[in-house]
Design a protein around this ligand. Structure first.
Ligand code: SAM
Length: 251
């Protein structure tokens, strides 16, 4: 079985219908959750070379638990705090991932991202992982969140974010977004889910609005201003990309 097939099998069992539907509407989104987990695993492998401690991870915007599960699967010595301020979403994750919560590896917070981050001591997490959450934030709120992420990470900690990072080339970004909309129409009219089609189109207007859009160069500049280094955008898939950044060790 390939890694992708393993991943699909794991999700079909735990998150079932939600995962299958998201995979149809937005295949990049499920792939991004897989990549976030794979990158957390890469961090854990590096850390295993030196220390055998628990890896503390904070997740922003856990949703129904797709990215959460991918992170949990990354390493056995991992403790995860998953934050989401939408009870309807988080209650599904609580149900889907009950076994992990009972094992003590997973805790939930229903606070909004900034409040949850402000409640954590400085330098207390090895990794901050997230997928498709920060692009929902208004630009000013996102800047405050980035400063807090930097504060709560340990030196050498990683910020791993799979998200919508708009291309600096506005024309290319618009073309990608148009193709994305065409895809929603194709899949959701075939499924006769016009309710979901309406929801996704309305949400897209939010994502693309001036006070939300997360353009690549601006995002990297803001993160540099927060103190991050080795900021790397990888695995770009149209409007989607995985960003990894490091909180530097003291000189
Ligand atoms: C698009 S979903 C992503 C879920 C999951 N990570 C995935 O990739 O499938 C974004 C999630 O972020 C949560 N969210 C949005 N704004 C938030 C905020 N300010 N604080 C905490 N969670 C937030 C939403 O409730 C939603 O569950």
């Amino acid at each position: 079985m390939s890694t992708h097939q393993n991943f699909d099998a794991m999700f079909s069992g735990v998150i079932g219908q939600d995962y299958q539907l998201l995979k149809l509407i937005c295949p990049f989104a499920t792939e991004m959750s897989r990549l976030v987990g794979e990158t957390v695993a890469a961090f854990c492998r590096r850390k295993d070379d030196t220390v055998h401690d628990t890896v503390h991870v904070l997740e922003l915007g856990g949703g129904t638990g797709i990215t959460t599960l991918s992170i949990l699967a990354a390493n056995q010595n991992l403790q995860l705090l998953s934050v989401d301020n939408e009870p309807a979403m988080q209650s599904q994750a609580r149900q889907n991932l009950q076994t992990w919560a009972e094992s003590g590896k997973l805790r939930f917070s229903g606070d909004d991202a900034l409040t949850a981050l402000r409640a954590q001591p400085g330098g207390s997490f090895d990794v901050l992982a997230s997928a498709y959450t920060l692009h929902n934030f208004q630009a000013d709120y996102r800047r405050l969140v980035l400063n807090e992420i930097y504060r709560i990470l340990k030196p050498g900690g990683w910020f791993i974010n799979g998200d919508r990072y708009a291309l600096d080339d506005v024309t290319a970004h618009t073309r990608n977004t148009q193709l994305e909309v065409a895809g929603y129409f194709k899949v959701l009219t075939d499924l006769n889910r016009l309710d979901l089609l309406e929801h996704w189109i309305i949400h897209l207007f939010n994502d693309e609005s001036e006070n939300h859009i997360m353009r690549e160069t601006t995002a990297i500049r803001q993160m540099t201003e927060s103190g991050f280094r080795q900021i790397d955008i990888k695995h770009r898939m149209d409007v989607n990309a995985l960003l990894v950044a490091v909180k530097p060790l003291p000189q």
